[in-house]
Design a protein around this ligand. Structure first.
Ligand SMILES: Cc1cc2nc3c(=O)[nH]c(=O)nc-3n(C[C@H](O)[C@H](O)[C@H](O)COP(=O)(O)OP(=O)(O)OC[C@H]3O[C@@H](n4cnc5c(N)ncnc54)[C@H](O)[C@@H]3O)c2cc1C
Length: 583
């Protein structure tokens, strides 16, 4: 079978319809011809699951300043974030929050009608000294509210949406990005998108863990697309485990639950955070709380000796739980049959957020090396990108903020770029060839009954990643995981599918996604093995302590066939020198 190819031409093509992608598209639409490609319906993007809020030093509830927000972000990142990017994030936050308000995001309000703000882990006043209310929120559905407002604005601006289209391959010529190839999931068929600028906003990628808060779609496709062009990824070893995932399922009990005053308790009913972060208690940064929960579990103080502890909200009262945390309550009711109003709820750490990703500069242009070389026409923002605002550990509510600030900025930068390029450069003749080969090969395996199934390999990957590469890491486990990834990548070559149809073929898409997940998981394991220190979310039990002398640097990784090549680049430090983190 030879698949047909359909051609499209736009000025800007954005891949991903989460907060980052939609904000980028919003800024170019109305000015130049803009398209968004999304493998899920736009409002089903994972941004819609963000619960707790979006940070900005509005100072609506108490005095606040962007410098205080920056200090928290730098410290939260365990000094691995680039401070030029962090300054940009927190300074633009205020303007972007008001812009979102004007776009129609229905934030909760104070009595005077201002945007209400609540406390969140790791955010403080006066350079880490006093409690702070900085998170702007819409009950516990903040991301949902932001996503819908942005989508409506994009529709109003006549953005062309290609919903349920799956991006397979970037089209590059002479080091410049000229578009991409996608598969129409519903109808089948290859589509070439010819563009002056491509913006990747494909979101997080923690689906390679068994216990994860991430949506099914978070399979790191954008990362794989970039790696397959011989381009690097940055700081892949840093993956955040959120301390409060619904036990055994991984869905999130938002940090808003602790922000509103929830307690964490062990089998003895003790608020164990006093042993780990005496001052900040449950509101210490996430990496600190996750390790505390995992240590309680490892040392046998989990509830009934099992791998969970409790989050207890009963003292907040029914009204507060129903108005501020309705979605969190519903999750616990549905998945564990526990009502937070009357019962504590079992939780465990869950793979949540990926700090690393596609390296970009402050203009969101993708970097091609560990110096400052960029890839013309290729941009990235949001969770798939690494501009490095989160360094080794992200603070809660700083991610939807990153998506908004850098998605928006990326849109403005693409607009400049597109205006300077009047025509489309010609595409290479074989633009769709590699994608065609991949899809035709997979379709040809249907019905052969031989080969391995992608679901089996994926389950093995997820289980072993959770076993060997979670909150605590050590050389032996990491070496094991590197080897498992190598074996799985080898076996993946034999993957066969059962469904040979063209329409809505999820079997086909899952096989492609598996290849992507194996590629970046392998890179994560290799980067983690190499970094012999503890920093932020990367905790090596065999290498205690942060080692600034040797490891205050970013990892850059290239996947070259079966080999991962690593280089390092310095961290940008402008204002706050590394200090010890004490909580
Ligand atoms: C449960 C949960 C709660 C969270 N709560 C908060 C919070 O309260 N505050 C906060 O700041 N952060 C929070 N985060 C983190 C934050 O929500 C995410 O980092 C952020 O929303 C990511 O947005 P994004 O625009 O980068 O990508 P996403 O919203 O994940 O969107 C990715 C898009 O890429 C598309 N895509 C991916 N691959 C392809 C492909 N191959 N082809 C075509 N399209 C593709 C998808 O269809 C989707 O539209 C939370 C995360 C989770 C999982």
């Amino acid at each position: 079978m030879k698949l047909d190819v359909t051609y499209h031409k736009h000025d800007v093509v954005v891949v991903g319809a989460g907060i980052a992608g939609l904000y980028a598209a919003l800024k170019t639409s109305g000015e130049v011809d803009t398209a968004v490609i999304s493998k899920v319906y736009p409002t089903r993007s994972h941004s819609g699951a963000a619960q707790g809020g979006c940070a900005a030093s509005l100072g609506n509830m108490m005095e606040d300043h962007w410098e205080w927000h920056m200090y928290d972000t730098v410290r939260g990142s365990d000094y691995l974030g680039d401070q030029d990017a962090q300054a940009l994030l927190v300074r633009d936050a205020v303007q972007v929050m008001y812009e979102m308000e004007h776009l129609g995001v229905p934030f909760d309000r104070t009595e005077e009608g201002r945007i209400a703000q609540r406390p969140f882990g790791g955010h403080f006043g006066n350079f880490g000294k006093s409690p702070m209310k900085r998170s702007c929120y819409a009950a516990d559905r903040t991301g949902h509210a932001q996503l819908h407002a942005l989508y409506e604005q994009c529709v109003k601006n006549e953005v062309r949406f290609y919903n349920e289209f799956y991006s397979l391959l970037l089209i590059m010529k002479g080091g410049t990005c000229l578009g991409l190839v996608a598969w129409d999931i519903i109808r089948g068929g290859l589509h070439v998108f010819h563009a002056k600028a491509v913006h990747l906003a494909t979101g997080g990628y923690a689906r390679c863990w068994k216990i994860t808060s991430n949506a099914m779609a978070n399979t790191g496709d954008g990362l794989a697309l970039v790696m397959r062009q011989g381009l690097p990824l940055e700081d892949m070893e840093f993956v955040q485990f959120h301390p409060t995932g619904v036990w055994k399922h991984g869905m999130l009990v938002s940090e808003a639950a602790r922000g509103e005053g929830g307690y964490l308790t062990n089998d003895k009913g003790e608020r164990f955070m006093k042993e780990y972060a005496k001052e900040k208690m449950e509101l210490a940064p996430r990496d600190v709380v996750s390790r505390a929960v995992q240590t309680e579990i490892n040392e046998g103080r989990g509830i009934g000796g099992q791998d969970c502890v409790h989050i207890d909200l009963r003292h907040l009262g029914k009204e507060k739980i129903l108005t501020r945390l309705p979605q969190v309550r519903e999750l616990a009711l549905k998945f564990l049959g526990r009502d937070m109003i009357t019962d504590p709820v079992p939780i465990q750490p869950t793979a949540h957020y990926s700090m690393g990703g596609i390296p970009v500069n402050l203009d969101t242009l993708v970097l091609g090396d560990s110096q400052k070389g960029t890839v013309p026409g290729l941009y990235a923002s949001g969770e798939c990108a690494c501009v490095s605002v989160h360094g080794a550990n992200r603070l809660g509510t700083n991610s939807t903020l990153e998506c908004a600030v850098f998605g928006r900025l990326g849109g403005l930068k693409m607009l400049d770029y597109v205006r300077q390029h009047s025509g489309h450069e010609d595409l290479p003749a074989d633009a769709a060839e590699m994608a065609r080969e991949e899809i035709e090969h997979l379709l040809s395996t249907a019905g052969t009954k031989s080969g391995v199934r992608s679901a089996d390999l994926r389950t093995r990957l997820q289980e072993t990643m959770s076993e060997n590469m979670a909150v605590y890491r050590n050389q032996g486990d990491l070496e094991k995981q590197v080897k498992i990834c190598q074996e799985l990548r080898e076996q993946c070559r034999q993957v066969a599918i059962d469904d040979g149809g063209l329409c809505a073929n999820t079997d086909l898409i899952e096989a492609v996604e598996l290849g992507h997940m194996l590629d970046y998981s392998y890179v994560i394991a290799r980067c983690a093995l190499e970094r012999t220190e503890c920093r932020g979310a990367h905790w090596r039990t065999d290498h205690p302590g942060r080692n600034d002398k040797e490891w205050l640097k970013h990892t850059m990784a290239w996947l070259e066939g079966d080999h991962v090549r690593l280089e390092y680049k310095p961290v940008v430090i402008t204002r706050f020198q590394p200090e010890e983190r004490k909580y």
